[in-house]
Design a protein around this ligand. Structure first.
Ligand SMILES: [Zn+2]
Length: 101
């Protein structure tokens, strides 16, 4: 389940941007054939940027690259970005879902 959040821009750490948070999911997909068993699908926790940053002028795409860890950043690391996002914007409900995993 995805939820929309407002977070501090990961690049300038100043303006707020809207992102879509996709918690890590583990779900079973049942095969319809008799021979097939069940397959467990995983999806990693991820963030999708919904808008660019008005403060530093980064586009939605650039911010999303940082959030997804596809872009090399000197600091902060992707882990610390995720950690900070968890601490800043995550509703308690979603936080509990992650801890229960
Ligand atoms: Zn920014």
């Amino acid at each position: 389940m995805s939820d929309e959040q407002k977070i501090k821009c990961p690049i300038c750490d100043s303006a707020e941007i809207r992102v879509l948070h996709n918690p890590a999911l583990k779900r079973k997909s049942l095969s319809r054939s008799r021979a097939g068993g069940s397959v467990t699908l995983y999806s990693e926790e991820s963030y999708e940027a919904l808008e660019g940053c008005q403060k530093c002028g980064k586009t939605r795409d650039e911010i999303e690259k940082v959030l997804r860890g596809h872009e090399e950043t000197k600091h902060p690391s992707r882990e610390s970005i995720l950690k900070r996002l968890r601490e800043s914007g995550l509703p308690l409900k979603a936080k509990k879902e992650i801890e229960d995993k």
